[in-house]
Ligand binder design. Structure first.
Ligand code: DAS
Length: 362
């Protein structure tokens, strides 16, 4: 008997035996089909390369193509059927609004495919927090979207990208990650894409959220501790399929002895909103108040955020009469996140009261 015939007979016997089993046993004996996860690559350090293993900080970002990233972590195959797409190949400080929209539309389209269980976006760490928040606001899917980067290139000793990528695919393939909003996996943490932010620019433990991780990934298993209380993805009023461009929103960084001309420059640059990254409680210096009031009267929104790093919490009418000046507060969102939310909200005309509602809810 040839080996082929032998194999066919063995398969026939196995299937006959299986068919004789009760349904629950058949299901247990039949390995579940692996989920399909698509990795959409955009560049960054996770795709970076340095000259030697000692170069953990000196390297070029956005060099390694997505198929090599996937080949570099063969363990992915045991988690899911993984395929890659190269959306961009850039360092993320070079991300622009049009790239955000292209990426959002692609992620949304992929998730509409019933065969796709989840999407991973590999991304530079510099603006990862803007992209993860943007996707959290506009992609109307409850399937897992996981944004991941690394602080060291794959060529460096103790590179963090391989495990971060593995963890991201584990989460994207996990039914338990459904409905949790956009997620960020970095250094074993699972963070919310809403409030994950880069707090350190040189350590692998660079990312955190002022409100803590949602969970952790350890040795290929997810552990959940909390969920996001704010609106996101399928509960969002925003939809990437209805967005073709984002309006200009500027951030002006607060400091002692500011030059109010910076706000004029923002208006001349076409800003529909100015995020004032104020000192302390989002404070505006007394010599800049009239300037901002005049800009507001021209129809440009003024959003008060705070420059303080860990966990801002700007309230209305605390140190500034926001009701009187018709200004908006960014609540706990840092300036770069407030910029994203204001831009998404102002894809159509809004009253300041409506914009403030959006800042409370998202
Ligand atoms: N320049 C950084 C970026 O692309 C590198 C990184 O940390 O990913 O965001």
């Amino acid at each position: 008997m040839t080996s082929g015939l032998r194999a066919t007979c063995a398969a026939l016997v196995a299937s006959a035996t299986l068919a004789a089993l009760p349904a629950w046993a058949q299901q247990a004996a039949t390995p579940a089909a692996k989920p399909t996860v698509v990795i959409v690559a955009t560049g960054g350090t996770i795709a970076g390369a340095g000259a030697s293993a000692l170069n953990s900080a000196t390297y070029q970002a956005a060099k390694v193509p997505v198929d090599k990233l996937i080949a570099g972590v063969p363990e992915l195959a045991s988690v899911a059927n993984v395929r890659g797409e190269q959306a961009f190949q850039i360092a993320s400080e070079s991300f622009t609004n049009d790239k955000l929209v292209v990426l959002g539309k692609r992620v949304s389209a992929l998730l509409k495919d019933p065969e796709v269980s989840g999407v991973v976006v590999t991304h530079g760490t510099d603006t990862l927090e803007e992209t993860s928040f943007f996707l959290n606001l506009v992609v109307r899917s409850d399937k897992p979207i996981v944004v991941v980067g690394s602080m060291r290139p794959g060529s460096a000793m103790s590179a963090d990208g391989m495990l971060n990528l593995y963890d991201a695919v584990v989460v994207a393939a996990s039914p338990s990650a459904k409905g949790k909003g956009v997620l960020v996996t970095m250094a074993d943490d699972i963070l919310s894409g809403r409030d994950a932010s880069k707090r350190v620019n040189i350590k692998t433990s660079a990312f955190s959220s002022p409100w803590g991780s949602l969970g952790m990934v350890v040795e290929g298993k997810t552990y959940w501790f909390r969920s996001l209380a704010k609106r996101h993805t399928i509960n969002s009023e925003f939809d990437i399929d209805a967005i073709d461009a984002l309006p200009e929103v500027a951030i002006v960084y607060g400091s002692g002895s500011m030059n109010p001309a910076l706000y004029d420059a923002a208006v001349q640059g076409g800003a529909k909103a100015i995020v004032h990254a104020g000192t302390g409680n989002g404070s505006v210096p007394n010599y800049a108040v009239d300037k901002l009031k005049a800009i507001r009267e021209k129809g440009v929104m003024i959003v008060r955020s705070t420059r303080v790093g860990e966990g801002g919490f700007v309230l209305r009418n605390a140190e500034q009469p926001d009701d009187q000046y018709d200004w908006v507060v960014a609540h706990d969102l840092n300036p770069q996140k407030a910029k994203i939310l204001a831009a998404v909200a102002l894809t159509r005309p809004r009253s300041s009261a409506e914009l403030q509602r959006i800042f409370w809810e998202y």
